[in-house]
Design a binder for this molecule. Structure first.
Ligand code: NI
Length: 175
């Protein structure tokens, strides 16, 4: 087990754009170690997604997925996925608001607008190039994690800061 310390909002590293992995294939031992560190840390913190810069590594790698999360009890199933050098295309202009949290912003939730339907692609844990379409919560999670690679945290996406606050105080609005 290698649980890393989560870098929190305010740390300059989280606001720094991450670098592409120049050589994806074959998957290096360093990358495998990074996957393990991200997985162990995400599991330990009860997250449903994590980006490499959140454990202090400014490289373009994200990981997400859930079957059931006590932090997001209403959320849909999202296949567990590792993406190296991810790309996102928005399939239309539909935008929906929903509540988000982030391991780097502990204790808070905010209402964030995101594109509802996207196509995303990138290299998976084995170095295979994958392309998927996603909508709703699945699409939201990918956009949230992708933003980390550009140094963007979800509070920067909130349109009205009256929709940002402590998780325990917002509990009646999160249902
Ligand atoms: Ni996050």
């Amino acid at each position: 087990m290698s649980i890393k310390t989560i870098v929190k909002m305010g740390n300059r590293q989280l606001a720094t754009p991450s670098k592409e992995i120049e050589q994806v294939i074959p998957i290096s031992s360093e990358l495998k170690q990074l996957f393990e560190d991200m997985w162990d840390t995400m599991q330990a913190e009860g997250g449903i997604g994590i980006a490499a810069p959140q454990i202090g590594c400014n490289q373009r790698v994200i990981m997400f997925g859930l079957e059931h999360s006590s932090r997001y009890p209403k959320a849909d199933y999202v296949p567990f996925t590792i993406l190296i050098n991810p790309m996102i295309q928005f399939l239309n202009h539909d935008i929906i608001d929903d509540w988000e949290g982030c391991l780097s912003v502990p204790g808070f939730r905010g209402l964030v607008p995101r594109f509802n339907q996207i196509q995303y692609s990138g290299y998976d844990h084995a170095g295979h190039f994958i392309t998927r379409e996603a909508e709703g919560f699945h699409a939201r999670v990918v956009q949230h994690e992708y933003d980390h690679l550009d140094g963007i945290l979800y509070p920067q996406r909130i349109k009205n800061l009256s929709n940002f606050g402590f998780e325990d105080e917002l509990s009646d609005r999160l249902i």
